[in-house]
Design a protein around this ligand. Structure first.
Ligand code: WT7
Length: 659
């Protein structure tokens, strides 16, 4: 069946929010940008590249002569660390705070751009002393502390590619990533603070490097001061080696296509893919999108992205985009509920944060904890709120705007991926009339649309697969060491890379389901693997989840399709109630009827189970595969990538209690 025939009666979302007049009047980017980019996309990106300081200005914009292997600004040369640090000091902004660090135990540090320059310079010298050269790979396994950004920038400065591995990953996961990249050095810490106590990091590295013969040294930042095993000759303390280095370091230019970093995406199957990003195009788009989508005014704004540096959001919107733009930002080490559930709001009040970037999973958690918690804090400094990582349910969007944004701040729902490197689809805060739940419009210079199974663009009102139809500056260049997998995964489903397509147009398959509404705005519907087929209708898990969350008693929901003898798949929903809501006998029936009312009877869940937690990956994405195991009465599969491995036992016990 064609995905065009997907459920017609999609969520009807009529609410619209115009940008505040003052914001629109002073916005960094106006509607003219769309027009300019449409007239000449490459000239538009060439102009954005001039946001950066190049040691050799590029004369070429895009080389697409060997698709899908792109080169952007290929004859240009620049240094990323110089762009993120030194040039701001040279421009007289050395005293501006780059990072307000807030440790989980309550310690804090303000680091100016001048200090950051010294730290990055010393770290660059230290890497050189440890034998790291241009072209090498360095693995980074750190908590959310400023040294993580310093380490990344020091690598960029000398031309070594970093591969950051999220600090919550196991020794085994680290080892496979270090091996795949042949990293020569691992930068880690004794530990970090997590949920009110020091959590060791170094033991995982000690175990991992046993199977990583390419690793020559382990560089260890002292954060918690906890007892740490030591291998003489291999292990080096960060403070000891950096403190004796010079604060003067000359940044050398690197070619625009020189590798900047590798970042592994887990994916649901197979070995992790090492997504390769390069220098000039990546920094251009990270910088431009941060400037455009957050309307960043570096003199006055205080920006805070709550992601971890171990994910691409942290790479592009903690390190590279904001620092390239000379932003002042908050960096927070810990969890949102330590020592209390108002910690985020307390931080916003303390630093007078103006721009906040967080994820739907966090927003739904705050909804569950209750409206009264943010209400205790002064959040009036906030002027733009961002969302990333998953589709944001319309009710969570509204809650975010009402309870965090005082019913005034624009919400920018930004769609992108590790692979895209930077934001691709998002409202512009001074331009777009926003719709709760929709990422809406490709950014200026970006071409995205929705196609059906046969690669035909769907009309307004239609649904299918999200595709990107023109190359973009921050696109992945390949999968590290596996060009073939790059081609197969992203470029062979539609367009020129699809055998027998007859098309000469290369089309990137994002793996997400999407629809276009009657205005042509884009709605992201989650990974295509998460679409259910019920009695011959395609129904997206996202839409049923949003319908459930639109009920006042529901904070969060996860929906899966479970094999069903009569309907093919039946909808099973796992629901977390809001803090204030009480379970009662009729509630499940009430919720089922509510979904039927919102989406139509076909989308009514066959089973609804009330639970207290949902299985999530460490980056906050719901692992529907595990819920499907439960709904289909199977033994629960591999749970190693779960953030909290006890959650599945809990859900199972709640299930038997409810039976
Ligand atoms: C996948 C990419 C982008 C940085 C964090 C995640 C989903 C991301 C949105 C959004 C709907 C979204 C997609 C995408 N996603 N942002 N605003 N609306 N879905 O990076 O781990 O590479 O995941 O996250 O499914 O393909 P990632």
């Amino acid at each position: 069946m064609s995905s065009n025939e997907s459920l017609e009666n999609l969520l009807k979302e009529e609410r619209r929010f115009a940008p505040p007049a003052e914001l629109a009047a002073a916005a960094n980017v106006t509607a003219a940008a769309y027009q300019e980019a449409k007239e000449d996309r490459l000239a538009f990106w060439a102009e954005q590249a001039r946001r950066l300081s190049w040691s050799t200005e590029p004369t070429e914009t895009l080389d697409w002569s060997n698709p899908p292997f792109a080169k952007w600004f290929a004859d240009g040369e620049l240094n990323v660390a110089y762009n993120c640090v030194d040039r701001h000091v040279e421009a007289g902004h050395g005293d501006r705070v780059a990072i307000h660090f807030e440790g989980e135990p309550g310690d804090s540090r303000a680091i100016t751009y001048a200090q950051l320059k010294d730290e990055v310079s010393k770290a660059a010298h230290a890497l050189t002393e440890l034998g790291i050269e241009k072209g090498d790979r360095v693995a980074v396994y750190l908590p959310m502390i400023p040294e993580a950004a310093v380490a990344m920038l020091a690598c960029a400065r000398i031309g070594a590619a970093h591969s950051v591995v999220f600090g919550g990953f196991s020794a085994e996961a680290v080892a496979s990533r270090v091996q795949d990249a042949d990293a020569k050095l691992v930068i880690t810490a004794d530990g970090g603070y997590r949920r009110g106590k020091p959590t060791a990091l170094k033991p995982a590295i000690d175990e991992a490097v046993l199977s990583c013969p390419t690793v020559q040294h382990v560089l260890v930042v002292r954060r918690t001061g906890q007892e740490t095993a030591w291998t003489e000759g291999r292990d080096v303390w960060w403070d000891e080696i950096t403190s004796r280095q010079s604060t003067e370091h000359t940044p050398v230019p690197h070619n625009a296509e020189h590798p900047l970093f590798i970042l592994y995406t887990s994916g649901t199957t197979g070995k992790p893919k090492g997504i390769l990003h390069t220098t000039g195009g990546y920094l251009t788009q990270a910088s431009y999108t941060h400037h455009a989508v957050f309307d960043l005014k570096p003199e006055t704004d205080v920006y805070w992205c709550t992601a971890d540096i171990g994910w691409v959001t942290g790479h592009s919107y903690i390190v590279y985009g904001p620092l390239a733009n000379g932003a002042t930002q908050v960096m927070y080490e810990g969890t949102p509920d330590t020592p209390h559930q108002g910690r985020f709001w307390e931080i916003i009040q303390k630093y007078k944060v103006t721009l906040l970037y967080t994820a739907p999973t966090a927003i739904r958690t705050f909804m569950k904890w209750g409206d009264d918690i943010p209400a205790k804090f002064d959040l009036s400094s906030l002027r733009i709120l961002g969302s990333v990582g998953e589709p944001i349910n319309p009710e969570a969007w509204i809650w975010y705007r009402e309870h965090i944004g005082a019913g005034k701040t624009p919400i920018v729902d930004t769609w992108w991926q590790t692979e895209t490197g930077a934001m691709m689809i998002s409202p512009l805060p001074g331009v777009t009339h926003t719709k709760p739940g929709s990422a809406q419009t490709p950014l200026p210079g970006i071409s995205a649309t929705v196609v059906d199974d046969e690669a035909n663009e769907v009309p307004d009102g239609g649904g299918g697969y999200l595709v990107l139809t023109e190359p973009w500056p921050s696109m992945l260049r390949t999968i590290w060491g596996d060009d073939q997998r790059y081609l197969e995964t992203y470029w062979s489903r539609f367009g020129a890379g699809h055998e027998g397509s007859g098309s000469d147009k290369w089309t990137y398959f994002a793996g997400d389901g999407a629809k276009k509404d009657e205005d042509g705005d884009l709605w992201l519907l989650g990974r295509v693997d998460d679409v259910m087929l019920v009695s011959g209708h395609n129904i997206s898990t996202t839409e049923v989840e949003s319908a459930l969350v639109s009920h006042p008693k529901v904070a969060e929901a996860a929906v899966v399709g479970a094999t069903d003898a009569t309907t093919g798949q039946a909808i099973a929903a796992f629901v977390i109630l809001r803090g204030s809501a009480k379970d009662n006998e009729d509630l499940v029936a009430e919720l089922r009827n509510h979904v039927a009312k919102v989406l139509g009877p076909i989308a009514k869940p066959k089973l609804i189970q009330l639970v207290s937690e949902l299985p999530k990956t460490r980056s906050g994405k719901i692992m529907r595969r595990l819920l499907r195991d439960i709904a289909e009465g199977r033994a629960v599969g591999d749970t190693t990538t779960l953030a909290d491995s006890t959650v599945m036992d809990l859900i199972q016990s709640q299930r038997s209690a409810g039976d």
